[in-house]
Write a protein that binds this ligand. Structure first.
Ligand SMILES: [Zn+2]
Length: 269
């Protein structure tokens, strides 16, 4: 009798786990523990920080921190309750990532593509949306994370900086296990675009700038190795998806401006 009850509650737990919905209302299969992924993300983030050179350029640090703080300030619980951490890596990769638990990494290379604070906010909003929409958990639940793309990562990080406590290949494997360096599924990418636009607009950044960003990214894509952000060039579909959100996000942006939110984050170099 007791065993029977236990089994029922286990089945129930599985059903509950399987019935999550994403921020855009998409049904999500979530079976992994967020806590476990957050712990994994934390050690991976520490590995990145101790392995890759951190930027010492004050102007770049201030610019990225200003935009990130403004976007993070618009999040809702539970994501407004966590302490978001930001690391800015001195690296020419055109890339950025955000990990479960609120760890954000930005490579200075992306600042050559983002022409202003609005375009950087589009990047930050997109990356944060991957976290709030639990995309890493979703991929882990599908069992599609570990071991993916080691080879692709070797191209990006091979012969990388090894002055830290971790070797480049250790960091690489940790990053691959979380799927950080790879494009997520198409559904997840467009969801991150949509949710990210809302975050940037709420913070007082112009959501139309996301179109410029992805066009710049596509123009640069031929010159840089494949990475999470630049692997998918700005396809027509992506641009259409972004433009289709203007009707919803422009009023949010205008309201933010009316509320006096106009983050003074400027590129000063
Ligand atoms: Zn993405």
């Amino acid at each position: 009798m007791y065993r029977h009850k236990l089994l029922i509650s286990l089945v129930f737990a599985l059903l509950v786990a399987a019935c999550s919905t994403s921020p855009t209302g998409r049904p999500q299969l979530i079976t992994k523990s967020d806590a476990e992924l957050i712990a994994q993300a934390e050690s991976t983030f520490n590995a990145y920080r101790s392995t890759l050179p951190l930027s010492t350029n004050r102007a770049k640090i201030d610019f990225v921190a200003c935009v990130t703080e403004a976007v993070v300030a618009e999040l809702e619980p539970p994501y407004s309750d966590i302490e978001w951490e930001l690391a800015i890596f001195e690296d020419k990769q055109v890339n950025a990532f955000a990990m479960p638990g609120g760890k954000i990494g930005v490579y200075t290379g992306i600042l050559e593509v983002t022409e202003n604070e609005h375009q950087l906010a589009a990047v930050i909003g997109h990356e944060i949306a991957h976290v709030t929409a639990r995309h890493v958990n979703e991929r882990a639940s599908r069992g599609t994370l570990t071991g993916i793309g080691i080879e692709a990562l070797a191209v990006i990080m091979g012969g990388g900086y090894t002055g830290g406590a971790y070797t480049a290949s250790q960091v690489m494997n940790a990053g691959a296990a979380l799927g950080l360096q790879l494009p997520m599924g198409r559904g997840q990418e467009s969801e991150a675009d949509v949710v990210g636009l809302e975050y940037m607009a709420k913070a007082g950044f112009d959501p139309r700038a996301a179109v410029d960003l992805w066009q710049n990214m596509a123009a640069k894509a031929g010159k840089v190795p494949p990475e999470h952000l630049s692997t998918h060039p700005a396809s027509e579909t992506r641009i259409e998806n972004l433009v289709s959100q203007w009707q919803k996000t422009l009023p949010i942006y205008n309201q933010a401006l009316a509320d006096g939110k106009e983050p003074a984050c400027r590129k000063t170099w």
